[in-house]
Write a protein that binds this ligand. Structure first.
Ligand SMILES: [Zn+2]
Length: 306
């Protein structure tokens, strides 16, 4: 690692060979923090959400050789194209639709109409570029070996099918990416988002012998993070309770519940995309409530079970 890197105001040293690069806007969407591993004469960065200026600045300081994408959400792939001539590694589970913005829109929203809207409202304004064919794919258990870093890829579906976390055995650092401990709670607003796999992913990660936990949108947490993990898991129950309470005594249709916007509170910048994501989350929570026998459905109307 070059000396200059340690002096960069956006670099947070985590271990001799590992730095967190703090993204603009405290790492909030459309940005995410980057994780830089240096060793064996190479530099590997996890995710490409630093914004264009910072990406280029970091690349000038320490040429990034390998770009690893944790999952294909806009804030994690934002500036990948600025490093397009480097080694690009994607999860095995990332579908080929990432090479086409229109198909990516359909993947995120579920329909061609909403997908086209996503492209115009989010994809293009963010300057997202469709991926080129990657140089390689990684799967669960793959180890990226880079000097003292031994970074294990951990497939952690739920947030998205191709969502990965990473465990650096060299420093005991667990990178939980979008198991992000946010106050909003777990996010599974795309069609492929799924609550139970998400919960299982979190529980598996909690068991690892980590020394610190780093997520993509917050600063590192040193030491035991059980409370963070449990608080995040509680988020599912809180979300479920929110949906259940919204039913009232008479019950509601999914459409009525979405119009109520219990999670985004109608503050999402784009109404169609808000509707899409919220509908996905509410429908998944209702399915779980039905499975638990707490909610029954009658002709599209969801009601509390007697
Ligand atoms: Zn994400």
């Amino acid at each position: 690692m070059k000396r200059t890197m340690t002096q960069h105001p956006r670099m947070l040293r985590i271990a001799d060979h590992l730095y967190l690069v703090r993204a603009p806007a405290k790492g909030r969407f459309p940005f995410c923090h980057g994780f830089l591993f240096c060793g064996g004469g190479q530099t590997l960065m996890i995710d490409a959400g630093l914004g264009p200026e910072l990406t280029q600045e970091i690349d000038r300081l320490c040429r990034i050789d390998i770009l690893v994408i944790s999952h294909s959400h806009p804030d994690h792939i934002l500036n990948w194209h600025l490093l397009e001539d480097r080694t690009l590694l994607l999860p095995r589970q990332t579908p080929d639709s990432v090479t086409d913005l229109d198909r990516l829109g359909v993947r995120y929203t579920g329909t061609p109409e909403r997908g086209a809207h996503w492209v115009n409202a989010i994809g293009r304004p963010l300057g997202l570029r469709p991926f080129r064919k990657p140089d390689g794919r990684f799967d669960n258990g793959h180890i990226f070996a880079l000097g003292p870093a031994r970074i294990e890829a951990i497939h952690a579906p739920g947030h998205l099918d191709d969502h990965y976390c990473f465990f650096d055995h060299g420093s005991g650092t667990l990178i939980t990416t979008d198991i992000d401990f946010s106050g909003f709670g777990p996010w599974y607003g795309n069609p492929e988002g799924a609550i139970k796999p998400f919960q299982e992913s979190i529980r598996r990660l909690m068991e690892l012998p980590y020394r610190r936990v780093c997520a993509s949108h917050r600063l590192p947490h040193e030491g035991d993070a059980t409370q963070l993990f449990e608080g995040f898991l509680d988020g599912f129950e809180r979300q479920k309770q929110t949906v259940f309470a919204l039913l009232g005594k008479e019950g509601k249709t999914l459409e009525e519940m979405v119009a109520h916007s219990p999670f985004y509170k109608n503050r999402f910048p784009d109404r169609i995309i808000q509707h899409t994501f919220e509908e996905q989350m509410i429908a998944k929570l209702l399915a779980l409530l039905e499975e638990e026998g707490r909610v029954i459905q009658d002709h599209g109307r969801f009601m509390p079970a007697a």
